[in-house]
Design a protein around this ligand. Structure first.
Ligand code: FDA
Length: 509
């Protein structure tokens, strides 16, 4: 099928598509491995025995995508769509069945319209390229997206997309106003021609289920010229447990202008070299330090925030600050291969939502679990919800985790590539931790964030998957919105051409 597929691709010679042969890579091409590895962001899925694509296509024109879809259907090859390659389970570049990658690395155009506060961005652009493109034209407009600048727009927008501004403006998908999409028949659709159901589904229903989104039209939002950031870190000996417990009551109710998160990791205390937990409280405030200090003194005096803990900067600098990019300039946002210090080479992550504060006494158990693992990168983060997220109905987009959530938990264990051999040990640890947390987090369903893809919570079969089986993971990611996503899938892709381990199934029984 591989040869027949290549023959099919090369049999198209329209004016637009004549160059497709230049963007086809097979294992016989010297650049195949380079292209494949260029955006693999989790080296757990870059082992010699990881299944590799038969062919990679890096389209230059939409016709290249249409041809690839046509030939893949004809020769029954699965397509994996890749924008930035950050999928936690590697679903954009590996598969257990024969497959082809459509890598959108050449679909990166960004067209900013400052006057109308809008922009078109192609899916293969990174968040950094989008931020840069907007900042070049305006320092008081931006787009509410994530911190890690190498994340691809295509996958990020497909699953919701939260970031520093989500308590002020909602998720990325709450700010998308149009899209350009290719369906399984190669038709190019926009918001009007695709209809509101499909437009709803592609804004948060998870990538790789409905078709390929080529580009998105987004609303730009206002940011002040000065924002303030701080990181205040406390060990257990400095009362961290009490502060974390209190934070659960305070942070979700902070004004919309505030982003607030805590991350925990084990460290050796500087005084006695005994192990302890370091809790780092991080915030972004959309305004100056003189407004932030009284606010924090009123709402969270126990943290003891001082002016010298805070730094005023521009919005774009705050992206570098939270991305832990020291001494970098804005140009770094254009570096797609940048290796962030807060993302380890190989990793496993999981997510949870918390609706009731965790009792103070329970944190002792959480800390001891953190002591239990010797992986190089272990971090648990709490990200406060509330603000605008409480005001958007659960059904507005497929992303359902809105009012009623105090915060999200991110569990992360990471290691160097050469430690992949020990991955089973690390996977067991994080699964055990997740299981320990079950009584403190959302239930029926235990909710999870689709952009924090986690195949532990359920997966489709290689062949047909029942609705009941898919609902196991589907209701966790989408709650009742899962049923509407299935309706849309039946309508747009009834033969289930676009599929993967957690794609929406096209049937109810
Ligand atoms: P990738 O290309 O791997 O795609 C992810 C999924 O979407 C795959 O299933 C893929 O097939 C599909 N897809 C990709 N492009 C598509 C297209 N054009 N049309 C249809 N389907 C498409 N999230 C968040 O909300 N806030 C954050 O701050 C962060 N930060 C972060 C940091 C780091 C280091 C990582 C590794 C990840 C995050 N994420 C995140 C999670 C991120 O949002 C998630 O992994 C996205 O799916 C990544 O999108 P990419 O395009 O990079 O991935």
């Amino acid at each position: 099928s591989h040869h027949k597929f290549l023959h099919c691709l090369s049999s198209f010679h329209s004016e637009d598509s004549s160059s497709i042969s230049k963007v086809i890579y097979t294992p016989y091409n010297s650049s195949y491995s380079f292209i494949l590895e260029s955006s693999i962001r989790n080296l757990r899925f870059s082992e010699p025995d990881t299944p590799k694509p038969l062919v990679i296509v890096t389209p230059l024109h939409t016709s290249h995508i249409q041809i690839t879809i046509y030939c893949s259907r004809k020769h029954e090859l699965q397509i994996r769509i890749r924008s930035g390659g950050h999928d936690y389970e590697g679903l954009s570049y590996t598969s257990e069945v024969s497959f082809v990658i459509i890598d959108l690395v050449n679909f990166r155009a960004i067209d900013v319209d400052v006057e109308n506060k809008a922009a078109w961005v192609q899916s293969g652009a990174t968040l950094g390229e989008l931020y840069y493109g907007i900042a070049e034209r305006s320092r008081t407009l931006t787009f509410p997206a994530g911190v890690c600048h190498t994340v691809g727009v295509g996958g990020y927008f497909s699953g919701g997309g939260y970031g520093l501004l989500f308590r002020k403006y909602g998720l990325a998908v709450d700010n998308i106003i149009d899209a350009q999409f290719i369906d399984t028949n190669g038709r190019i659709l926009n918001r009007k021609s695709m209809g509101e159901d499909l437009f709803w589904a592609i804004r948060g229903g998870g990538g790789g289920s409905f078709g390929i989104v080529l580009a998105w039209k987004v609303k730009l939002v206002h940011v002040p010229t000065t924002v303030t950031v701080f990181t205040v870190s406390k060990t257990l000996e400095q009362n961290a447990t009490k502060l974390v417990h209190l934070w659960q009551y305070v942070a979700p109710k902070l004004p919309h202008d505030t982003f607030s998160a805590i991350s925990f990791r084990k460290v050796n205390s500087s005084q006695d070299r005994q192990r302890t937990i370091l809790a780092s409280f991080q915030s972004l405030y959309l305004g100056g330090v003189d407004e932030l200090i009284p606010l924090m003194q009123e709402r969270f005096p126990e943290l003891g925030l001082r002016k010298e803990d805070c730094t005023e900067m521009s919005w774009i600098e705050s992206i570098l600050y939270f991305g832990q990019i020291q001494n970098g300039t804005m140009d770094i946002l254009l570096d797609r291969s940048y290796k962030t210090t807060f993302a380890s080479p190989s990793f496993k992550r999981k997510s949870d939502y918390v609706k009731e504060p965790i009792p103070e006494t329970a944190f002792t158990g959480i800390w001891s679990k953190l002591y239990d693992v010797d992986a190089k990168f272990v971090r648990i983060s709490f990200v406060a919800y509330g603000g605008k997220m409480d005001e958007i109905p659960e059904t507005a987009t497929p992303f359902p985790h809105r009012a009623g959530n105090l915060y999200k938990i991110i569990y992360n264990v990471g290691w160097e590539e050469e430690d992949n051999i020990k991955s089973q040990k690390y996977l067991s640890w994080i699964r055990n931790f997740y299981s320990y947390m079950s009584s403190f987090v959302s239930k029926h369903p235990r909710e999870a964030y689709v952009n924090y893809r986690d195949l532990d919570i359920g997966r489709n079969n290689k062949g047909k998957t029942s609705f009941v089986q898919a609902s196991i993971w589907g209701h966790k990611y989408f709650k009742k919105n899962f049923d509407r996503l299935v309706h849309v899938k039946i309508m747009i892709d009834p033969t289930n051409f676009f599929k993967h381990e957690q794609s929406i199934p096209p049937f109810f029984s």
